[in-house]
Design a protein around this ligand. Structure first.
Ligand code: FE2
Length: 619
């Protein structure tokens, strides 16, 4: 590597992460940028262009009953969750509108229909639900008794209006049948970070069984000094509410803002989603009793805030809360498992609610973890402390039982923070020399990490190979999972990590730390940084720190194939593709793992046609 190390001081993962060094944090960098842009806009005396109304979160409520679109989620072989938000018309002409978070509005009877065809000639199921202010007038229906691997269409009606038609399908989960299985992996969709063109690209595809979102669907930051994202979007794509979300009204509005986005509406309307929250659905780097971005007192009680954040999440997402009685757990059980015949199952983890506090090392981190140096005995002992946990022990046992289950080729694991060990060279992070680990990842909970690795090592490939599907770090990775930390290796499974939809990655961190540098130099520096990381971690076979987008996973009994779709490499003409609403991610590279090898290798190109399609029953 010939590039000088960038003077990056902030965490590319888990957002601000509290990496405090002698220079600045990412948030102070952004603060300066956002304020400068706001000042420039104000001093011109002109209002900046606003493709999105400042009241974007509330606007759909003024446009009709179903302005927030429709969504479906959590497909099983015989059930699917349908979702919408039904805004009741004002009780008097010109009266107050029941906007999200307002608590206003009478109950509204909503009829739903699920059909085999998009013209609703053959309605399979229908019913009525009540949209009430207590659930922010969101409606969720868990429709059961459906046929596996079957295409359905759905819509809602209320107050004389009809919603758009949604397209969905049940899971390819038929005994003794191997169907195609193809889905998208996404994470980290910061509204103020850019246009959701990745979601548009997903909505334009018709070959996906579902979209898997592993967290940071919304971010909590406001539009002030804490603004997160490029200054170019100030005034064009602002957060609502304008201040950090800390209570039920705020979280409801923030979710409504996302459901008002046309690209996200399209992606929800076209595919069922399977989702789980990470930290930002509440606040940055949460643990069981606090968060890096929570100030007790000034921002209220953390557990109250978290309860309200979860409430809004459950209202606004097409999420099926699993049984609270059949599996041991702590708090509210969100983790759950999906099944795809003998091909695969998908365990979706939840790793924030019960996690022990992250390990902090001054002056690198204050609270909530981040990049800390390895090697000090006291720190290493904390990182490996068997009493510290990422998922609660009950969930870890549940996962261990799941990945040992016979009769499936693959055990897919929807996961938030990177599972494989990764050491970051200090030079690559602009930190003093030495090796660093991110204590907000599984590396910060090495007893849990080692226990699961050992369990995978003992599990025979005939019982299925593990594939971790991860987000959080705003960059694209494909890697093996070594059986022994940092020592040669035998691999026990693989991990594919998706880039962010819009949130800042390594390139943006480098850019923030080298203001005014030409774009090609910033690209080169970012590549130097990621090369340094791969050199220090030979099991990391692929790492891109520049593009934003998504990964498409295609699963057969023989292999799991991952296609990476990324925004174009920045140029002097377009130094930040996220701020151009016409730029969609495009195919970039492919990696795959063959059954029983437990290794990732480069693949020749993107997957082609699906092997088969969901059943369509016209009449
Ligand atoms: Fe994120």
């Amino acid at each position: 590597m010939s590039n000088p190390p960038p003077r990056t001081t902030a965490s590319p993962t888990n957002e601000p992460a509290g990496v405090t060094t002698a220079t600045t944090t990412r948030r102070t960098v952004l603060k300066g940028a956002a304020l400068a842009a706001a000042a420039a806009a104000g001093s011109s005396g002109l209002s900046v262009l606003r493709p999105f109304d400042l009241e974007a979160a509330a606007a759909p409520a003024h446009r009709g009953v179903f302005g927030y679109g429709v969504a479906s989620g959590d497909p099983t072989g015989d059930a699917i969750v349908l979702w919408t938000r039904a805004t009741p018309p004002p009780e008097t002409p010109g009266g107050p509108v029941a906007t999200p978070g307002s608590g206003l509005g009478r109950p509204l009877r909503v009829r739903w229909e699920l059909a085999y065809d998009q013209h609703f000639r053959h309605v399979v199921k229908h019913g009525t639900e009540s949209a009430r202010a207590e659930s922010d007038h969101t409606v969720k229906v868990d429709v059961h008794g459906l046929r596996p691997y079957t295409r359905y269409w759905y819509r809602f009606r209320a107050a004389g209006e009809t919603s758009v038609v949604g397209r969905t399908q049940t899971a390819p989960d038929e005994p003794r049948r191997d169907h195609a299985l193809r889905f998208a992996l996404v994470s980290c969709s910061n509204y103020t970070g850019g246009y959701f063109t990745a979601y548009r690209a997903l909505g334009e595809r018709d070959d996906l069984d579902f979209v898997l979102h592993v967290g940071d669907y919304v971010y909590e930051y406001g539009n002030g000094p804490d603004r997160y994202g490029p200054a170019d979007l100030v005034g064009k794509r602002d957060g609502i509410p304008a201040t950090e979300t800390v209570d039920l009204e705020g979280y409801r509005l923030r979710h409504a803002l996302h459901k008002a986005d046309p690209d996200l509406q399209l992606a929800h309307r076209r595919h069922p989603w399977i989702t789980i929250f990470d930290d930002h659905e509440v606040a940055n780097n949460t643990w069981r009793a606090g968060a890096e971005n929570h100030t007790p007192g000034a921002e209220g009680d953390f557990l109250t805030r978290r309860r309200e954040a979860y409430e809004a999440y459950l209202e606004w997402m097409p999420f099926r809360l699993p049984s609270q009685h059949t599996v041991d757990h702590q708090g509210t059980r969100f983790f759950r498992r999906f099944s795809f015949g003998r091909l695969a199952d998908l365990s979706v983890l939840e790793t924030r609610q019960n996690r022990s506090a992250q390990v902090d090392v001054a002056p690198y981190t204050k609270t909530g973890g981040g990049f800390i140096p390895e090697g000090a005995p006291a720190v290493d002992a904390q990182l490996a402390d068997p009493d510290r946990h990422l998922p609660e022990p009950e969930q870890l046992r549940w996962l261990e039982r799941g990945v040992a289950k016979k009769g499936r080729s693959w055990h897919l694991v929807g996961n938030q923070v990177i599972f494989a060990p990764v050491r970051f060279p200090g030079a690559a992070l602009g930190l003093p020399a030495g090796q660093y680990v991110n204590s907000d990842q599984w590396d910060g909970y090495q007893a849990d990490q080692s226990a699961l690795v050992a369990h995978l090592d003992e599990t025979d490939s005939r019982h299925g190979d593990a594939v971790f599907l991860t987000g959080d770090i705003h960059s694209s990775w494909a890697m093996d999972i070594p059986a022994e930390r940092f020592a040669g290796y035998r691999s026990v499974g693989v991990e594919f990590v998706c880039p962010s939809v819009t949130s800042d990655g390594f390139y943006e961190l480098v850019s923030a730390s080298r203001k005014g540098a030409p774009t090609p130099a910033l690209v080169q520096t970012t590549r130097g940084l990621t090369t340094a990381v791969t050199s220090a971690n030979p099991w990391v076979r692929y790492l891109d720190g520049i593009g934003h987008g998504f990964v498409v996973l295609d699963v057969t009994r023989k292999r799991v194939h991952a296609d990476y779709y990324l925004t174009p490499v920045p140029t002097s003409a377009l130094p930040d593709p996220r701020v151009d609403p016409s730029v969609e991610p495009a195919y970039a590279t492919s990696w795959r793992t063959l059954h029983t090898t437990r290794r990732v290798v480069a693949a020749d190109g993107p997957v082609g046609q699906r092997r088969d399609e969901p059943h369509e029953r016209k009449h």
